[in-house]
Design a protein around this ligand. Structure first.
Ligand code: ADP
Ligand code: MG
Length: 703
């Protein structure tokens, strides 16, 4: 078997296409599209169906559809904002409201009563009615029926200033060029036969230009066999990529840290508790890595409350005891601040200097901190990703710790390592996560890393009782809160809204705080949300921690990491709309002290079937691993393509969770290529792992 020679035409820069100039090319480069063949592998995120008109009576929230109707009325109303509402009727027995926040008088006048409109947009639930917000629309002459599309319309990931329509045009152009040449086939033959895959060319045609037949349904659901063909190939590229990254790591150097961790021994004497056996084991695994001359790249998984911070601190102290500096990065300001406080408390008695770097510090505040790091006076720097801005430099950075890694993508992780590079040396890297990771998945998503698990909770934890209660019993909950406060307990009240803007989420929290203050005049109530200034957030968190506030109304900003052991009751609003793992994370904020804790899941009745199962699962289990398995079952593979692309590893068409059944075969194929066709590996990784502006994700170690 021989792979066809790379074809000339497709290897050329995108500017070889007519109508693509330097400006377009630089925008395409931001998407990782450099040459013509890259256009072919820029795959649709999803498809729009503009092939038919849906009767208004058949609409459901969440659908993205084409509709037609007669304008019954158009009005300007003023609520929180001025807006234009246009009411459509198509005679099918239901109406639809179009809602525009941006409009002018001309637009208002053009949408006059009695005219017919054709619209395309997403149907949303607004109270008891359905609506579309800012749909695409056009007026149509009575009696006329403008033609509909005859294929599904692909929607591509794009970038600022690059329109879907031009992207579509360029991709179609590349596709027509590909008809006359050969796109190199990089999968092993045996895989193609075994899996019954269609030729690559046919697959790409179908994905970019899906026909109207029933295949289109499968495409929309991400279930079409040609998608499987490309999913397989992308997973294979990732597998090879992480293997490559792993072997690259062995070729570079990292600080040798062989001296004894005497600092941690000192700290243990000051702490009120002893590490659990699991913490001790993981710390040993880490210290063994640090004694090698190659960069550690280790992932530590531990359920919420398992004590990952202590493991991080032990690791940091090992590096400091060996004369190196440490950077600890957290995904949110709130968590970074909290780490900063904890670490200061623990480490300052040891004579160590903890530095805080935040995106919201004034340049003056920050300068001092930055200088300390550069001079080597600061031993450990805590912060958000602001830590890795160009202005922050270390004298001797030896270790990077990333907390709650699921918030950072794989590429960010790799980029961080590159930024920490000091001459010949790469810092060691420790990543911590509460997200349980099934084994097969770990091999692909984190195949470049070693893996430790803290599989034990510290002793003395009291189990959390979880109940699900319908919203219309809110009053009872509020009474219970009054009582709990009298007993000296502290409470989180979490306001959540999914699919809504952060602004709305904060608004909801503010409203709730007002309401609760009215109803509970004797309780000290605080409010934190993402739009507060970070010093304000921190002040409130400190007041809560010091028990000056008994009730904290919060948005999901408190989801990760926040640790206030005295808080023993949590109320989560709209629990039916959150995912299992998010609920588990949130709930992990209570049950940290020695009072019995409880969690109230408030839901809006009636509960859907899956939502009910989710809430039941939470009531019956507090085990992160078990919950994540249930989550996987409940979500199933039927989800629309693209909805989970924001997960841990950013992929174009594959979804590690949905497609994990393919992984054993993918791993075999990877092995086969390494042994038999190493020549194909660069082409494969180039095809799939190309990053914006031409870096390949796993190639960070320029040889
Ligand atoms: P997570 O793994 O969720 O990050 P933390 O590191 O925040 O958990 O630890 C949760 C709580 O448990 C903290 O208050 C911490 O001080 C405490 N803790 C950590 N290790 C132990 C231990 N071995 N024994 C008792 N308490 C511990
Ligand atoms: Mg933590």
């Amino acid at each position: 078997m021989t792979a066809p020679a790379a074809s000339h035409l497709l290897d050329q820069a995108v500017t070889s296409l007519s109508g693509v100039g330097e400006t377009q090319a630089s925008k395409l480069a931001r998407l990782g599209i450099l040459q013509v063949s890259d256009l072919l592998f820029h795959l649709p995120l999803r498809y729009q169906d503009r092939t038919r008109i849906y009767p208004l009576a058949s609409l459901r929230a969440g659908q993205e559809v084409m509709v037609e109707g007669e304008i019954e009325a158009t009005e300007v109303v003023v609520r929180a904002r001025r807006m234009l509402l246009c009411h459509l009727n198509d005679g099918s027995g239901a109406n639809l409201t179009l809602r525009f926040f941006h409009f002018n008088q001309g637009m208002r006048n053009s949408l006059s009563e009695g005219l017919w409109l054709r619209c395309f947009g997403e149907v949303r639930q607004a109270g008891f009615k359905l609506e579309m917000v800012h749909p695409e629309y056009r007026l149509i002459q009575t009696g006329q029926h403008p033609e509909l599309e005859n294929t599904l319309t692909p929607t591509y990931p794009t970038t600022e200033g690059l329109h879907q329509a031009s992207l579509r045009r360029m991709i179609q152009h590349a596709l027509s060029l590909a008809q006359s040449t050969n796109i190199p086939e990089l999968l092993p033959d045996f895989v193609i036969q075994q899996q019954n895959f269609l030729p690559l060319q046919a697959c790409l045609n179908l994905l970019h230009k899906p026909p109207t037949e029933k295949a289109s349904r499968q495409l929309l659901d991400g279930q079409h066999p040609v998608q499987k063909r490309l999913i397989f190939e992308e997973l294979l590229a990732h597998q090879l990529g992480v293997q490559q990254a792993r072997s690259d790591l062995r070729k570079v150097q990292a600080p040798l840290m062989q001296a004894d961790n005497h600092l941690f021994k000192q700290l243990l004497k000051l702490l009120p508790f002893k590490p659990t056996a699991a913490q001790q084991r993981v710390i040993q695994e880490i210290e063994a890595d640090l004694r090698q001359g190659h960069p550690m790249n280790r992932l530590v998984q531990g359920d919420v409350g398992s004590g990952k911070t202590l493991v991080a601190v032990a690791t940091a102290l090992h590096a400091i005891a060996n004369g190196y500096q440490v950077a600890l990065m957290a995904p949110t300001e709130l968590l970074a601040e909290q780490h900063y406080r904890n670490l200061s408390q623990w480490l300052e008695p040891l004579g160590l200097d903890v530095v805080y770097i935040s995106g919201t510090q004034t340049p003056k505040q920050r300068r001092r901190q930055v200088e300390n790091l550069l001079l080597g006076i600061g031993h450990i720097a805590v912060g958000t990703h602001a830590l890795f801005q160009r202005t922050v430099e270390f004298l001797q950075l030896g270790l990077v710790i990333i907390d709650e890694q699921h918030r950072f993508g794989v590429h960010q992780r790799l980029a961080l390592r590159e930024k920490g590079r000091q001459g010949e040396f790469y810092p060691h890297q420790l990543v911590m996560t509460a997200t349980p990771i099934p084994r097969t998945l770990a091999m692909t998503a984190y195949g470049d890393m070693d893996y430790s698990v803290i599989d034990e909770l510290p002793p003395g934890r009291t189990p959390i009782t979880t109940v699900a209660i319908s919203n219309n019993r809110r009053d009872e909950i509020i009474e219970r809160i009054a009582q709990a406060c009298q007993e000296g307990r502290q409470i989180y009240w979490v306001c959540t809204l999914i699919d809504e803007s952060e602004v709305l989420q904060c608004q909801a929290a503010e409203d709730t705080a007002v309401l609760l203050r009215e109803r509970l005049p004797k309780v000290n109530i605080g409010l934190v949300h993402g739009r507060l200034h970070s010093s304000e957030k921190e002040r409130i968190m400190q007041a809560f921690k010091a028990n000056e506030l008994q009730l904290l109304v919060a948005t999901t900003v408190i989801e990760v990491g926040v640790d206030v052991p005295n808080a023993s009751l949590m109320v989560i609003e709209n629990a039916e709309r959150l995912g299992l793992s998010q609920l588990h994370q949130l709930r992990g904020r209570v049950g940290r002290g020695n009072t019995a804790s409880s969690c109230v899941l408030l839901y809006q009745a009636p509960l859907g079937k899956t939502a009910k199962k989710r809430l039941d699962a939470l009531r019956h289990s507090t085990d992160g691993f078990e919950l994540s398995n249930i989550d996987l079952e409940l979500r199933g593979p039927g989800e629309v393509l693209g909805t989970r692309q924001t997960g841990e590893v950013k992929m174009r068409i594959a979804d590690l969770l949905r497609d994990q059944h393919l992984l054993p075969e993918v791993q075999k194929a990877a092995q086969y290529l390494v042994e038999r066709h190493p020549d194909r590996i660069p082409a494969l990784t180039r095809r799939w792992l190309q990053q914006p502006n031409g870096d390949t994700a796993t190639r960070f170690f320029q040889s």
